[in-house]
Each structure stands twice: as structure tokens, then as C-alpha cells.
Design a protein around this ligand. Sequence first.
Ligand code: FES
Ligand code: FE2
Length: 344
Amino acid sequence: MGTGNLYLRNCWYIAALPNEIGDEPLGRVYLDDPVVLFRDENGQIAALEDRCCHRHLPLSLGKIVDGGIQCGYHGLRFDPTGDCVEVPGQSRVPPGASVRSYPVAERHNCIWIWMGDADLADTDLIPDIFWREDPDWVAWGALWHAKCSYNLLIDIQLDNTHAPYVHPDTLGSGAIVDTPPKVDRREDGIGVARWMMDVAPSPTFARALGTEENVDRWLIWDFTPPSLCAFDIGCAYAGTGAEKGDRSQGITMHTAHFMTPETKNTCQYFWSVGRNFKIDNDQVTAAMTEEFTKIFSEDVAIVEAQQKSLDAATGWLQTDVNLDAPILQARQILDRRIAAEENA
Ligand code: FES
Ligand SMILES: [Fe+2]
């Protein structure tokens, strides 16, 4: 094992949503590193260390000038690659005057950043949340700041048994707790599938499918490091063959949760939901946006309270129960990757 690095560095993280980056530089913290994001003259995103190499003012307090960023203290200007290209009052830029730049990419209606070795940044490794920009799907979501370790938000996403307690009026249904999961362990991830046959629909699905009749319901999730929790959820009229692959009598939704650590105990929480039914119905989209905003805020309230409680105590012990197994396995996979990166 390594010396306890908290984060995986050689991977893509969601840095921001595209509409967050306008005419002003945006200062953020990822993996304890301050970063400034801005768009150059061609609209391409640049990500630089948010610390001027002169006297260390955060560059995010400066402004965008000629496609670069001008420090708000003495006016040194940096191009999108991080090189200083102008020093007011002198014609020569001191050799080596630069700040670190980070690989960035815009895909699936998200801005991704690579916080590790830039030579390893391969855009093929960006998680495939295609439905965020697929014409057959409608997707919505948000990026929130949460006062908790990113690990706690991963845990709650992978813990399907909290629904009846945390989301009683939406997702909650005892069927989840009573249905044993099928677990698929991979070298670099873990998948869990729960099929709940001939059960009452959850309130959310009853509304979406427009029925109170029994359904076959599925909840399939997949975790891949560093923090992608991707869900395939839905239900179909009972006995119509969804489990065998025919979902024509049902509805499917995808949700993705992706946590970008800011510091040890704070993170950015990105969530998104997509559906491929009634995609042109804005009323359904508005109602579902409201509903899922409520559901995921309920999660955040839990994990932020949990973080406070963890911070307040020392030497605590925790009891593990059966439902924790997939969560502990996901944590092991992430820890293994972090240790491998550290030892490399
Ligand atoms: S601190 Fe940035 S220009 Fe002086
Ligand atoms: Fe939840």
C-alpha cells in the first residue's frame, strides 16, 4: 500500500458544466489544487494553475485579455498553455515564467479535467455518458458543491437500501431491501443488478409510467474509478419480459453521479438524469427535474451530516452490515488504483 494518497490523479474528472464558463475566469479547487478555467479566443477551454508565478495571486481574480489571462495584481499575462507572454513595463519575459496547465476536454455536455500526468491524458478514457447529448434522450442535471468527502457521496450512491428511509415519498420501496443483488466484480469496477419482479412501482415510477399496477423493476448500477456511479433504472408492466431484454412495455432512465474531490472533506457533486420516453414533453422534464433535485438533495443532507459527525469524533468504530459489501468492494477498487498510481 502507498502512503495514503487520497485521490486518483491519472483520470478525468468533471471540472464544470459548460454554461458555468462565460466571460469571467472561474476559480475552482480540484484534488487540493487551485485551478482557473477560462475560454480562449476560439472558445476552447483552458485550465491553469490558479496561482500567478510572480507573487501568487490567484489568476481567477484577474481577467481575460486577448485570449489569455491577465493577473489582477501586476498584469502579467498568460496564454492558454500557461506560458507568460507579457510583463508590463518590460519587453522581455523572464525565461521559464509560466504556470502549470492541465489537459481539459468538453464532452457529453461536461468539462473534464486531467489532474495527473498530462502525457497520459487520453480522451478515450472519458466516461461514456452519451445520453447527455444523444438526440433520442433528454437529460438534465446539476453540479453542486458538497461539504463532505467525495467517498461518502460514492457510498450513498452505491447503497441502494437507503431509499425507503431517505427517499420514502419518491424512490422508496421495501422491495429493494428484500431483493438480493447480482454482483459482477471486474478488475476495474463493480456492477450490481437487482431485478424486483411483480412488485408495486415506486412513487416516481408510478407517476412516470402512469400506473399503480405491479411492475418488474430493475436497478442496475456500475461503479468505475475514480467516482462514476452510473445507473440504469426502470420498470415495465409485470411479466412483459423486461428481464429477458424486452423493455418495450416499460420505461428506462439513466442516471450518473460523478464526484470530483475539492479537498479532503469537500467535493463537487455532479448528477444527471436522462430518459428516452416522452422526450419532447417539457412538463414531464420539469416535474422530474424537481423530483430528482429533491431526491439528490436528500442524499447530500445525509452525507453532509455524516461528515460533520465523523469530523466531531475521534477513534470511532464502525459496524459493517451485509448491505455494505458492494460499497466496501468499490472502495477497495479505488484504493487499489490509488496505491498502484502512487507506487508507479
Ligand atoms: S502577482 Fe501576478 S502579476 Fe504580480
Ligand atoms: Fe439516495
